[in-house]
Write a protein that binds this ligand. Structure first.
Ligand SMILES: [Zn+2]
Ligand SMILES: [Zn+2]
Length: 461
């Protein structure tokens, strides 16, 4: 009975999930969460996502970073991005720093140099462990003296190389290590670059921006509508294929399940959109469609219920609409066990009588307010659980589970105590943010897991 309905629904859930994954690349790229980790990608500390460095400067800067790590264990990452997607460079840098985990765990000896091409912003984000060395004043001076003079002339390679060298030199000096690196005999030419005209995202902006970020919520809305329609269709099919009032009422209630799944999906999508920095408003848009579907389903359910009120099971012999014996009168037509099952809520029995040929039909359907009794096998088992002791973080809890059979011919009864595990102190991550981030580890395909607290300085050039 159940599988016939559940299978299409499960299929739909899978299909929507798959479609959601396929559509993910359509979401605007280059937010802090989308910037690739250069260490993981190619054992580099430099990620030139804005394509403004060229191979020679990339090599030069990367060499400075590797040398710094070898000499001091401090990690310096230099990342360029086309644009900040509506974020401030400070927020973007903090987020990116946290995601990469630059510097080693416990030491927090990481530094991030972030340069945004479109906004013409540059920032030094300093890990906790280096805040005493690279104070905000030192960072500001390095930016003003080493970077901005070149960056302002669009000499990005030269400017970021000089800045990286200045940062590395400051850290090395503080540790009493020499980090003399000879500059190239001739400065490589600054490669040609293109400044993005259209931002890749639009947080709270209008115009061409909104067009771009709108696609995510729209896709999600479409998926939600499709999901709702297919789910509702499944409910309708189930309704029409079954015989009997209780079964049909059960089918209608399954629409709740469809709505529940819909909101689970919509909630996950909403969080995903928020996490990919679509903006709160744009992400909220994605919830409009499930709301509409929910309202539509509510109306649909109401109309099915009304239809069920005037339902008459067609007589198998003559085809006439049969009459249902009212619940309070059908006990006489049921056995003691059956009446007990109906009373306990484990079964529903319907006795239909044909007014024209007097034929009778009995329908039975399982209800889930009572379970099957292990002794008499009737669906008359009631289970209640009482908490004797609530679980805390320091000790587990105790729960008493009483199971009683309401079949008067059986009267099975059992009482058991069950221990519940103590509450864990760590809260699990949401796991819903959608993208899998490279995690912190000691292997060299990843940064060391260092943290920053917003220390550093930014400049517009
Ligand atoms: Zn009949
Ligand atoms: Zn029993």
């Amino acid at each position: 009975m159940r599988t016939g309905f559940r299978t299409p629904l499960r299929w739909t859930a899978w299909a929507v999930g798959l479609a959601w994954i396929i559509c993910l690349p359509l979401f605007p790229a280059e937010k802090p969460d989308d910037v690739p980790n250069p260490l993981a990608a190619g054992n580099r500390f430099v990620g030139d996502n804005a394509a403004i460095l060229g191979p020679e400067y990339l090599e030069l800067i990367d060499a400075v970073c590797h040398k710094l790590e070898n000499a001091t264990t401090s990690q310096l990452a230099v990342i360029t991005v086309k644009d900040l997607g509506g974020m401030t460079i400070d927020d973007f840098a903090v987020r990116l720093f946290r995601r990469f985990g630059i510097g080693f765990k416990g030491k927090d000896n990481g530094v991030l140099i972030l340069c945004a091409l479109k906004e013409r912003d540059v920032r030094i984000e300093v890990g906790y462990g280096l805040e005493g060395v690279l104070t905000d004043a030192v960072s500001s001076r390095l930016l003003d003296e080493e970077a901005v003079p070149f960056l302002a002339k669009d000499e990005f390679g030269h400017g970021l190389y000089a800045l990286a060298k200045g940062v590395a030199g400051t850290i090395a000096t503080a540790q009493g290590v020499s980090m003399e690196a000879a500059d190239p005999s001739a400065w490589p030419a600054q490669p040609a670059f293109t400044v993005p005209t259209e931002p890749t995202t639009g947080e709270g902006k209008s115009g061409p921006t909104a067009k771009n970020s709108g696609s995510g919520p729209l896709i999600l809305a479409g998926l939600a509508a499709l999901w709702g329609l297919i789910g509702t269709g499944a409910v309708y099919r189930k309704y029409n294929r079954t015989r009997g009032k209780a079964v049909r009422a059960k089918a209608i209630d399954k629409a709740n399940g469809v709505t529940g799944l819909l909101w689970t999906g919509a909630g996950a999508g909403f969080i995903g959109l928020l996490a990919s920095h679509n903006g709160f408003g744009a992400s909220l848009l994605s919830l409009l469609s499930p709301t509409a579907v929910t309202i539509g389903q509510g109306l649909f359910r109401k109309s099915l219920r009304r239809r069920l009120d005037s339902y008459h099971l067609p007589c198998a012999k003559c085809g006439a609409g049969m009459d249902l014996t009212p619940e309070d009168q059908d006990d006489a037509l049921l056995s003691v066990e059956e009446a007990a099952e109906e009373k306990a809520g484990g079964m529903d029995y319907e006795i239909w009588t044909c007014p024209s040929c007097a034929a009778q039909e009995r329908l039975s359907v399982e209800m889930n307010k009572a379970r099957e009794c292990p002794k008499c096998k009737r669906r008359t088992l009631k289970e209640t659980s009482t908490t004797l002791e609530t679980a805390t973080t320091s000790h587990g809890g105790r729960v008493r589970v009483d199971r009683n059979c309401l079949n008067p011919k059986c009267r099975f009864a059992e009482s058991r105590e069950r221990l519940t595990p103590k509450l864990s102190t760590t809260t699990a991550g949401t796991g819903l943010s959608g993208s899998s981030h490279s995690s912190v580890g000691s292997s060299h395909s990843s940064f060391g897991g260092g943290r920053s607290g917003g220390g550093g300085a930014s400049r517009h050039f």
